[in-house]
Ligand binder design. Structure first.
Ligand code: ADP
Ligand code: GLC
Length: 477
């Protein structure tokens, strides 16, 4: 049995801003079910949705700060969660990275540096928890100093660093380095320095024993200038210790047969029951009730990565067709504003919900027919996986994890029952419109559509395979 310390800045259902939380809430559960001893480490944010009892485990000093380690369980699991409690840094309303108005915390560098130092103390069993991991698995820049700090220790656990999104690197002014009480040995161009900046993500990329990304295609893409943000050389140099493992999903939470957020449960044998969810969605969003009209859905952070500009460009043409479109998301204020304006022009065809709403996200997955993910890049993407489980056909751009998880509906893939969606190549509005038109032709061909839905719903999207791949990686290390 391996002992694994899984370090993350968010985990569903305790706290979530995006897919990192879905993975950090479900991969540890899957590893636990493979009989591994796994502890999840998170900051004790004020916004944590704690439902299980919380105990005080120990107190340690790091950089003269009095830190308490609290213990709880990840809801609906046997995974132990340790919380790094330091109220001056974490006891504020807002999300892990920004305040209630969306402004990044001005001391993010100090907050996550402290978090990483505490993780290192726990990893070296210097925190009175009497548990020393074999593996420390870190995720994204917020945790990337841990492999760097551990590289300086003797008799240390092995380290894995997972890139969920290379676009976020934790870049800070170089002058800050001297204020952080970090070892001088880490400050050089082959270490944490990056063109005159402090790059936290380099802590993971340079010093981890193994780097993973969340899909095999993204593992190759980030070795090229288009997706590498100047880190492609380093990643290419490290290619022998870099691999892609596709994300799984929590099949208990995303299950159309038991989902507590949808009014009508269904499975691939009674697909006509899915329509009741469509009607419930139309009612909830004040769209005209029509069980036969194709509805397109999109749930996303409203940022450039997700191809929201392409959607905005296509919408006038799309809305001239007999369809409805529902969107749930938040982010860039310009995108929010432009989307809102479209709802004023086409109130009977489009609904835009700005904000974060988990229950609506489930109802959209169950209620719509077609789900749009025209991302410019996508390390893995989870909604195309949730969509497949709900018999909702994804339109995706062929990039990263979207390319790895969706088989384009072409005559051959339809004939051999491997088709699972509509995929297009070029990041432009014409290609997206063409994909939308293809999806409508398929939608109106009832037998092909049902086939596509069944192909999607019968896929094993659980963590079973991918958790086993992480486990064999841990064993190798
Ligand atoms: P990313 O992590 O890049 O945002 P993913 O596809 O990996 O993209 O994961 C996004 C997750 O966040 C999904 O679970 C999605 O349903 C959820 N999500 C995104 N925006 C919202 C929102 N406004 N309301 C509810 N859930 C959302
Ligand atoms: C990131 C990526 C997304 C991925 C998620 C979980 O946020 O943008 O593609 O699915 O992490 O790994």
């Amino acid at each position: 049995m391996k002992k694994i310390l899984f370090v993350s800045s968010e985990a569903h259902p305790l706290i979530k801003t995006g897919g990192l939380a879905d993975v950090s809430g479900s991969l540890p559960k899957a590893l636990n079910e493979l009989s591994q001893s796994i502890h999840l480490l998170l900051p004790n944010y004020q916004g944590l949705q704690l439902t299980e009892p919380v105990y005080h485990r120990c107190m340690i000093y790091v950089d003269n700060c009095e830190i308490h380690i609290l213990e709880t369980k990840l809801p609906n699991s046997h995974v132990t969660v340790w919380l790094v409690d330091y109220p001056p840094f974490f006891n504020f309303p807002g999300n892990p990275y920004s305040d209630e108005h969306g402004n990044p915390w001005p001391n993010n560098l100090e907050r996550f540096t402290l978090f990483c130092k505490v993780a290192t103390e726990i990893a070296m069993d210097r925190s009175h928890l009497e548990w020393k991991p074999d593996i420390v698995h870190c995720n994204d820049w917020q945790t990337a100093l841990v492999p760097a700090l551990l590289s300086l220790e003797n008799n240390r656990p092995a380290t894995v660093f997972t890139i969920h999104n290379l676009a976020y690197q934790g870049l800070f002014p170089a002058e800050k380095y001297a204020t952080l009480n970090l070892p001088k040995q880490l400050w050089h161009p082959d270490g944490l320095e990056f063109y005159g900046m402090l790059s936290l993500i380099k802590g993971g990329l340079v010093y981890a024993d193994h780097i993973t990304t969340v899909s095999p295609s993204y593992a190759l893409e980030i070795q090229t200038p288009e997706f590498g943000y100047g880190l492609e050389g380093l990643l290419h140099y490290k290619q022998d210790m870099l691999s892609g493992i596709i994300n799984g999903i929590d099949t208990d939470i995303w299950n159309p047969e038991t989902d507590k957020h949808i009014p009508q449960h269904y499975n691939s044998d009674n697909l006509s029951d899915k329509k009741a969810n469509k009607i419930a969605l139309q009612k909830r969003l004040f769209l005209p009730i029509d069980k036969d009209i194709p509805i397109f859905g999109l749930i996303s952070r409203l940022v450039e990565q997700k191809g929201i500009d392409l959607v905005l460009e296509c919408l006038p043409q799309m809305l001239a067709l007999p369809i409805q479109f529902v969107l749930l998301g938040s982010g860039d204020h310009d995108f929010e504003h432009r989307l809102h304006n479209l709802t004023l022009l086409y109130p009977d065809k489009i609904s835009v919900s700005l904000g974060y709403d988990e229950s609506l996200a489930h109802l959209i997955e169950a209620g719509v027919d077609i789900f749009m993910m025209p991302s410019r890049f996508e390390p893995c993407g989870l909604n195309q996986l949730y969509s497949q489980r709900y018999g909702t056909i994804p339109i995706v751009r062929k990039t990263g994890g979207l390319a790895d998880t969706i088989e384009d509906a072409l005559p051959e893939s339809l004939a051999n029952n491997t088709a699972t969606g509509i995929a297009f190549h070029d990041a432009n509005a014409d290609s997206l419109i063409e994909a939308i038109k293809r999806s409508l032709i398929l939608f109106h061909d009832k037998s092909h559509w049902k086939k596509l839905q069944r192909n999607c719903m019968k896929k094993d999207l659980s963590w079973r395979n991918s958790a086993a791949q992480y486990l064999s990686l841990y064993e190798e290390l």
